[in-house]
Design a protein around this ligand. Sequence first.
Ligand code: SF4
Ligand code: SF4
Length: 500
Amino acid sequence: MSTQAAITAKITRRPKATVTRFRNAIGKYKVVRTDRCTGCGLCAKLCPHGVHVRYEGYSRTTRPKDHLCRGTWCKENCDYYCIDKCPAGALSMGLNPVYESMGDPRWTPDMILSTWDQAENGRITNETLEPHLGASGGGFDKLRLNFPKEPALKLKPSEVDTHLSLNRRGSGPKVVIDVPWYGGGMSYGSVSPATMVGKAHACMVWNSFTCTGEGGYPPHLYPYDDHVITQVATGLFGVREETIQRVRIVEFKYAQGAKPGLGGHLLGDKNTPAVARMREAVAGTSLFSPFPFHSVYSIEDHKKHVDWVLAMNPKALVSAKVSTPNDVDMVAVGSYYAGVHIVHLDGSYGGTGAAPDIAKKNIAMPIEYAIPKVHQFLVNEGIRDKVTLIASGGLRNVHDLVKAICLGANGAVIGTAEMVALECIRCGACESGRGCARGIATTDPELSLQFDYEWAARRITNLYSSWHAQLVDILVRFGIRSVSELVGRTDLLHHVDYSE
Ligand code: SF4
Ligand code: SF4
């Protein structure tokens, strides 16, 4: 049995604890025990979260496992708050300086830690972290879900349906995924082989898809062919007839929301001999994929692209990934008439550290504006039921996913959340030198060895399990039987600046 086949047999949708790679796990709080401690062991008896431990036969408690600490929540809600209970006054607690230095307003430290928690345990175990809202002051952070006090329809979790059909054109192959999201394109060259396989594996377990990105189709992905979207981007790196024929979905990447108009750029240091072989390029040189496709200047040209792919692989669905300019609604309609099955809108805010901040913040339309604009335009054109509208670009958690669907998308593509599941710290250094020091967004043979396929696959599968459970819970709370019934339900949202 190959290593990957052996892993396949072991990983299921049932969450399995997959512990952190940090030698000292990072939490929100720092608990300090001074030498005034007498070793009475009271704190170990009191704390139900396992922060304080005194092993049988030892006279001292161990160094506090403060990543498990619930901090001020304990002080406000419990009668076992160890800091106040310690008879020697030996304990103190405050915010962990490492926690305070992490993240940014979109990916707050709470959201990062909560995503790590879900990737470790397959569910949210630490309720003291805010997993759904960032502090950006706009976008999805200003939208809230309108849960009714009592749902009109009382449903059991087993009665709700989270499937998404990716072909709504009425002809061609039927492709249905079990969850309304799939993994975003990260190329061979931008991320490590273990990252790629971990993503693919989770998508196979959850009957969804991952995407190759634009760096070719590495052999590690062959066992996952049925769950891979192969991408054709402007650089055509590693694109061959054979790679198009392997898969069930082919995606044309016309632009990226994080850097529309800028194309792709792989710096020389990340272009290792293995990456260069896959891209049919020279190792050590910087590689550019230009913007735009110089073979596409009209919808007719776009249709030729689609026909070209379908001539090679008549069983494939075709997706067009576009950024979100002002006329994105026209682009979506044109894509439909060109024959695509999936219109993938990529708004600003997504992207790894490889996308410059100035581009992420200032060029494309934020996805929360683009979705309803395109949805309504397709409705007015009478073709909304024929198009699968997928949104990406800064969707960080299940609430963002549901908000995107309520605004009019059928589903979403996630990228950064998968990286964070692998313990990305959002340092933004994906593109510099040898790449990610955490071994995630790197092609360096040494850095890439920091974790293996199995750890990556388990972490992302756990995250998906947690998301699925939360999605089911949201549908039950709304009293809505299926994800497809959520599409365009803006009445289920409110904007905090405009609500009574
Ligand atoms: S309760 Fe205080 S004195 Fe007793 S073991 Fe804990 S820190 Fe030490
Ligand atoms: S930890 Fe790695 S993947 Fe995450 S932002 Fe930093 S360099 Fe990029």
